[in-house]
Design a protein around this ligand. Sequence first.
Ligand code: CA
Length: 691
Amino acid sequence: MRAVTLLVVLCLGLGACSGEPSARVVDDAALADLTESHDWLAFGRTYHEQRHSPLTQINDSTVSSLGVAWYMDLPNDRTLYGTPLVVDGVMYFEGSYNVLRAVDAATGKLLWEFDPEVTKHAGNRLRVMWDASRGVAFWKGKVYVATVDGRLIAVDAGTGTEIWSTMTVDPALPLYITGAPKVFRGLVVIGNGGTEDGPIRGYLDAYDAETGERVWRWYTVPGNPADGFENDAMKMAAATWTGEWWRFGGGGTVWHAITYDPDFDQLIFGTGNGAPWNRKIRSPGGGDNLFLCSVVALDATTGEYRWHYQTVPGETWDYNSNMDIVLADLTIEGRPVKAALHAPKNGFFYVLNRENGKLLSAEPFVEVTWATGIDSTGRPIEVAGARYEDGDAVVSPSALGGHSWHAMSYNPGTGLVYIPAMEFAGGYSDKTVDIENWESPNWRFDAGVDPLTTDVPPEAGTSSLKAWDPVAQRVVWEAPKPGLWNAGTLTTAGNLVFQGQGNGRLVAHRATDGEVLWSFNLGLGISAPPITYSVEDRQYVAILVGWGGAGAAMLGSLSAQDGWAYRAQMRRLVTFALDGAVELPAQAPPGFPKPLVSKDFRVDATLVTEGQESYVRLCWRCHGPAGVSGGTAPDLRASPILLSKEAYLDVVLRGSRQDKGMPGFPNLDEAGALAVQHYVRSLIPKVGQGN
Ligand code: CA
């Protein structure tokens, strides 16, 4: 072992080993080691998902001299919200469309690039999810990439060549992957997302890390009882559903949090919302609907059920529990507890005993109006009317959550959890929904609730960074943040918390009291969490800069407020170190697309209603509500393509921009496509209105 380590040091010193397989063995022992400080081996650094580093060179006294050490421009990328890994001085990171790159972590020199050609493989499935990924996994010389289109691929870490590739989803279903795979004990585990676009039944898969063969699958919700249950857990779950839920899939996808718990050799993961969101449709006689919106533990080897805790019984708000699950050793009432920490969309912060899944405490960390608290049995005390029983309701948090997938971090030194928190109320209504006759959508967004048809004003939501004491269950300090959609956090033994903001600034706070000690303007909204590592005794902080995710796309003017217009600003990987003196090229200034005025285009008002109906089902998710783009995709009001019938039909019906990420919509006919065109043109005030 010592000889191997020396060889690596020699290689790095001479710069001669580029392209050689990484010599450090990344295995269970390495991934469970909280004390090793040089590398960032896994999504949350180690199995514990704490995003805490023991490194102290950059600390609350020195951080003021932090500057750019190196950067890499990524001109072909768009959304970037992934966590890079660092193994033996080599950084592995995913850009848009799962393009994987290996770079020298001290210099930024590109070693290799692996392109899984997602736009070719995904085809029309780009309609349900676009281009982004939260990260990769590393195990014994292989990097594991889970593609948007549903493949799990093992790549040789030394050469960037594909070793095996396995399809993990049925391509006939609108499933996609944005989450990072998890590796432990020779298994690679991955789930998927897609509950808003079809009859989806959630599951989690484990594959052999060496061969890519599936070892087990665990469904999160029961199927049709007539087909028999896969296991006792599904039988237990079926008793909590009513009606013919299996016709709608049920939902419960595992699209993000998957944590391996080495202390109990178990997998702890969070499950998603119902398909559809509206329980009146999917389970009309009520019921808790296990295992939706739950934290579930499985035996890591066999995939057998151990325990669960459901955060939202009978979920009906898209309050999924897919947010990160952090392992921490706490002392509660004088006793040591192996805890799991979880701050899901529903606004409560949960502390679970992960030995048995028992709830230890739960308190709201943002404004919560759907429930007044959690009772002594662990159930939420719901507020009458919140479940839009009478047709509509406005509740907090919104479907975007009090906390989304933006990572929280835990610092064992301060005992605090650093949560990117959001205050944003959501309106729910099913007044126009035909509850009795609703059918699952087929590749179109439909959650069984009325769709968003209007723009969202910038002041509709606010945000903060909260330092939360998980033992006392209270805020210790809170730093107000700009906008709504700010990125995940990193904390270090240097008494620091780093967070990238939607307004383009990377900020370092003092971990104990939140004081801002340093900040840097990167000129583009940040949606990725930073990491830290060291090479040859120099500590670095690295971050991907590329605005993206639901909050950057789906909320119109709230998403667009900082002016990160589509492709206007350069996407980058930027790495900082003390006394770093590299100058970043200037970014394009914030800008706001101007709707194109045309005297020649005449809106046919008879098409607008139909066009809006298709727009909210097919276009909104990327192009924004009421045509107001948040920067994730082009603002269609400003697109010249919509002024040319032929060019427009070429893109929308025939998919001529598929390679740029814009899928074709073959389920629209020409008349349907033109209705969308006229709807978008109708959004431009006082122009193009025809006669
Ligand atoms: Ca959802």
